[in-house]
Design a protein around this ligand. Structure first.
Ligand code: WT7
Length: 422
């Protein structure tokens, strides 16, 4: 007993000493620090990509300007980017961006549902947040909680909290399904906020395509227009020719010397341009499936599946097929409040297939639908389709780099489900 007391006392001394030291140091530091002039190409930090399509790649970053214009930040605002600080979104939009503007920033260290299902909304209310920047995966998770399922203080999980301080809501990381966008707009934004679907990459360091709040009319699911200094182009994947006007191609920006399209930086994303000139990101190019010559975007099929009232999240992949070249396989998770028994599973699968036939067409109908508990994701919430692709292709023992998988047990559950349905 005595021994333990001694230890605690000495820890206490250490602590006191620490605080004393801190106070002493701040008294000797001026309130204003003269900024050092830097070259715009001086390195700021090094980060690794999230590993959703392969081994994480190292990227060196220099500097940016997007927080002020994309989020319409003003003095007194309270900015909150709810992502992991180790992801580039955290670097740019928790640290460098807001702090260089002198804006209050929020560091959120938890998940949207811990320690309470309303963790985000408690945080918004407590701090009077004006800006809220999150990822489609979190938005879908919260939408999945549903209206009837979660009651906090006797209400739907969003209702008892004051969210009226919010002005701009952001989304980043994956295409946001129109369904999830509408939910975000209606329940979090109360149809009074601007929603910015911001497209960018670890490689670019800050936002490349985005709507501008209040300045342009938004479209659910479109990242829309280039940020200052960005010159996006659509390039035909096989010929390398520019796609002018409306049409689809791979998204590049015309400002560097890179391969495989000389003169263009290749993002690896497929995109379409509509008659207003707005750009819609379709997902990674390796997420395109070619069924009997029809080029289908996985995002499009996923958006069709999520229209089913019980569906929470989906991941669609293509797998080799003797007859059609590639075949569509869909992994689906259901909302917790959607109850069904294992004997209903076959009819549920049928409903989902019919759903895709109706929304897109018969050629897009999944050949297989796997109802699973969860999907494999990176720590930043990106669905790792390459894992499901390998498992379905019978290469579950060659999954490659799994260092960024958030929940490794999900991979085993997927393997088991696929094995069962062979
Ligand atoms: C990939 C980049 C985004 C910064 C975080 C690091 C996808 C990103 C969107 C969006 C559709 C998007 C793309 C891109 N992506 N934002 N608003 N709409 N897709 O991200 O690990 O470097 O991944 O994320 O596929 O290439 P990253």
């Amino acid at each position: 007993m005595q021994g333990r007391e001694r230890v605690e006392e000495s820890r206490c001394e250490e602590w006191r000493y620490g605080v004393g030291l801190f106070a002493y140091e701040t008294e000797n530091v001026a309130g204003y620090c003269v900024p050092e002039s830097m070259s715009s190409e001086d390195p700021l930090f090094i980060l690794y990509t999230s590993g959703s399509t392969g081994k994480p790649k190292e990227v060196v970053h220099t500097t940016a300007l997007t927080v002020k214009y994309v989020f319409d930040v003003h003095p007194g605002d309270k900015f909150a980017c709810m992502t992991d600080i180790g992801w580039i979104t955290g670097h740019t939009y928790i640290i460098y961006g807001p702090l260089t503007l002198g804006t209050t920033t929020t560091v959120f260290e938890s998940t949207p549902v811990y320690p309470s299902l309303a963790r985000y909304w408690e945080t918004v209310e407590k701090h009077g947040l004006t800006h809220f920047y999150s990822a489609p995966t979190a938005i879908r998770l919260l939408r999945r909680l549903g209206k009837s399922f979660v009651f906090i203080r006797g209400h739907h999980h969003l209702q008892p909290f004051t969210l009226s301080t919010l002005r701009v809501l952001g989304s980043v990381g994956e295409p946001i399904n129109p369904e999830a966008w509408e939910w975000y707009n209606e329940y979090v934004g109360r149809k009074e906020c601007s929603i910015v679907d911001t497209f960018w990459q670890t490689e670019t360091g800050s936002i490349v395509l985005t709507p501008f709040p209040g300045a342009i009319e938004t479209k659910p699911g479109a990242a829309q227009v280039p940020f200052f200094g960005q010159a996006p182009v659509l390039v035909e994947a096989t010929t390398g020719k520019l796609v002018e006007g409306t049409g689809e191609g791979v998204l590049c920006t015309s400002n560097t010397y890179m391969k495989p399209y000389p003169g263009y930086f290749y993002t690896g994303d497929g995109a379409a341009r509509d008659e207003d000139g707005d750009i819609w990101i379709k997902g990674r190019v390796d997420d395109v499936i070619n069924v009997s010559g029809h080029r289908l975007s996985t995002a499009e099929i996923e958006s069709a599946l999520i229209l089913h009232k019980g569906v929470a999240e989906t991941a669609v992949i293509g797998t080799a097929d003797d007859l059609t070249g590639q075949a569509v396989h869909a992994f689906v998770t259901m909302k917790p409040e959607f109850s069904y028994s294992s004997s209903d599973e076959a009819s549920l699968v049928k409903e989902l297939v019919i759903q895709v036939r109706k929304v897109i067409g018969p050629f897009a109908a999944p050949k297989k639908v796997y109802i699973v508990g969860d999907l494999p994701k990176t720590r930043s919430g990106k669905i790792m389709r390459r894992i499901m692709r390998k498992i379905v292709a019978g290469e579950g023992d060659q999954l490659g780099d799994l260092s960024t998988v958030a929940e490794p047990s999900v991979v085993d559950q997927i393997k088991q489900k696929v094995a069962e349905s062979q």
